[in-house]
Design a protein around this ligand. Sequence first.
Ligand code: AP5
Length: 215
Amino acid sequence: MKLILLGAPGAGKGTVAKMLTKIDGSVQISTGDILRGAVQAGTELGKKAQGYMERGDLVPDDLIMGIMEKRLQEPDCEKGFLLDGFPRTIPQAEALDALLAKLGIKLDMVVNIDVPRDVIFDRLCTRRTCENPDCQAIYNVKSMPPKKEGICDKCGSPVVQRADETEEAIGHRLDTYNEKTAPLVGYYEKTGLLRTITGTSSDAVVEAIRKELGI
Ligand code: AP5
């Protein structure tokens, strides 16, 4: 499947994407995970992105498009891909349209995961993430804790709170979402590809996507 997952920070895009990869081998492409990996590895990209991310601001569009142009041409994308956290602005969406046209790729659907703001705020304050850049498994101290506190079930690395998970940065990320990313809902509505799924259960979101795609 070739999908874009839209939704506010904490709507569950990463959780749903990881569940969808198990259905048909499509790959999750999370720009947030790629950037966090680059920050941890201390690469040039990571040095450029770090400040923006810690404040809860968006990283400049040209950096993101540079990453995505390469990533979408890697062989593992042939089976399908789940874009998690990209595009995030209208210019990114326009650049993605041009890139997909150039590569001859058609999207199946754009899924807008719609979750109330109070639920989102609570989830982000209680989320924990595996710090291994090759794993980045997602946990939640309330709804999905690791079996052994602070240790990733999948790879044994420490499970930590993200640097942008302070109350101040979370509030700023939600405001940035409303200003810069929410307009993408209208953008994709016009293409006829948009499906909005309202609900707080990731299983129900996955089921609704399967039903829409007939798989
Ligand atoms: P990114 O990593 O993309 O963060 P985000 O969009 O803020 O999304 P999140 O990862 O916070 O949330 P999610 O929707 O994936 O939720 P999750 O499944 O984890 O981006 C981080 C930063 O990188 C940005 O601020 C920006 O600086 C930069 N960046 C990234 N992409 C960019 C781009 N394209 N352009 C410019 N800058 C970019 O779930 C959240 C929590 O809730 C977890 O604890 C989970 O366990 C829990 N949970 C999920 N579903 C449920 C459920 N159904 N019930 C109970 N708990 C649940």
